[in-house]
Ligand binder design. Sequence first.
Ligand code: PTJ
Length: 253
Amino acid sequence: MTDIPKSHPRYASLVARERVAEGVKRGLTSSQGLIAQGRGECFDYLLGEKTTASAAKATNAAAALLLLAKQPALSVNGNVAALVPEEMALLAQALDAPLEVNLFHRTEERVKKIADLLRERGAKRVLGENPDATVPGLDHARALATRGGIYDADVVLIPLEDGDRCEALAAMGKAVIAIDLNPLSRTARKATISIVDNILRAVPNLTAMVGQLSSAPRADLEKIMPGYDNQRVLGDAVNEIRAHLESNLGDVS
Ligand code: PTJ
């Protein structure tokens, strides 16, 4: 990887870029993953490259929902594997949930490489290598699912996806938590909870919130979701982008 000095003003963004490029070289990430990363970077720039108040609110609700779940499952694709493999293993451990490799541009070789990487980074339960079920309504590889994992889960975390699996999982009666920097994406609009934040910040924040809430009484956790409105949170994210742009107009005009 290119050695990027920590003093570089765009350090975090450049490191993320390097990780995804490295993921492609190592056969973890699809070449299309580079385009997805560029798209994400653009929204992150507009958001001010920080966790906003609306993202923090969504993270809080997501942690409560995951802790209340009977059977949560966490999905991992090629971009997620390149960017936050260890962080996903830590989140899975905090929730005692499986990680399931699920790819749009699926090859068995890539599934195995990602599963091996996750195990190497500490994940105890990694599924996806032997899918034995399909999510109804999808006619591409992302339909493949595993019993005991995403297929049976009541709450599923789907970071960095395009929208049709989100809708298909919701149609199965599952609650879906998305991590997506684009507040206007179909995934973000169709999810039960959308965390509009960079996965580099969102996953550690979510794990910390799970840790914080894990000792809370169940009755307190149950009060969080009824007060949560995902459409409002997405509207807040758009307003945060607007406010960030307005506050920076002076620098560019
Ligand atoms: O590994 P595969 O084969 O499953 O393919 C994975 C990709 C990501 C290539 C595939 O799901 C895809 O094409 O995704 P999209 O349609 O480009 O959507 C990805 C979404 O994730 C977009 O809305 C991006 O804004 C968002 N995104 C990209 N990078 C990040 C992100 N959100 C949070 N953090 C990021 N770092």
